[in-house]
Design a protein around this ligand. Structure first.
Ligand code: FES
Length: 171
């Protein structure tokens, strides 16, 4: 009598079958249905709770970092009541648009891997990098490009007043 346990053998046909199922699940996950299980989780926009912070693109950016399309400014802000914004994490103001018509996208600096904060790109258009384990995010919109992080940077709704040059960031 043979008491040894035999491990199930998965032949190539079954292996291919399971592979296709997993690939299919991955496709669904990237579409958001199973986003929490996915390594390609799409960005989420911060649910607004009524707070806001004001960023004067002239006075609050004396080095003119946001004058250059593709640049990003990583900064700590307080809200209009003087309270910490984004739970004390910095925000990242991504300069988009054109030289004459600025647009901005605002994301949190918090990397979801182990809560480190991304740093500004070394040059305009380069990726945002988390210094702890080198996850990378798009400097266009904070989309996750390289793990180990599993989610894009959380995005804040914002509005730019081209007359006052003030960017309002909603929290
Ligand atoms: S905390 Fe960002 S990659 Fe680990």
């Amino acid at each position: 009598m043979n008491n040894s346990m035999e491990l199930p053998v998965i032949d190539n046909q079954r292996r291919e079958f399971f592979s296709q199922i997993l690939t299919g699940l991955g496709g669904i996950a990237c579409g958001g249905v199973l986003a929490s299980l996915s390594a390609c989780e799409p960005f989420t926009t911060k649910v607004e709770t009524g707070g806001k912070a004001l960023f004067d693109t002239i006075k609050d950016d004396p080095m003119g970092i946001c004058n250059t399309v593709g640049n990003a400014l990583v900064i700590n802000l307080k809200d209009t009541n003087g309270n910490v914004f984004n739970n004390g994490y910095k925000i990242v103001i991504l300069r988009r648009g054109t030289v004459t018509v600025p647009e901005y996208v605002v994301v949190s600096s918090r990397c979801n891997h182990q809560d480190c904060e991304v740093v500004a790109p070394a040059a305009p258009g380069e990726n945002l990098v988390c210094p702890c384990h080198l996850s990378e995010f798009s400097s266009t919109d904070g989309t996750l490009l390289v793990g180990p992080a599993t989610a894009s940077l959380v995005r804040f709704n914002s509005s730019f007043d081209s007359t006052t040059k003030i960017l309002t960031i909603f929290s």
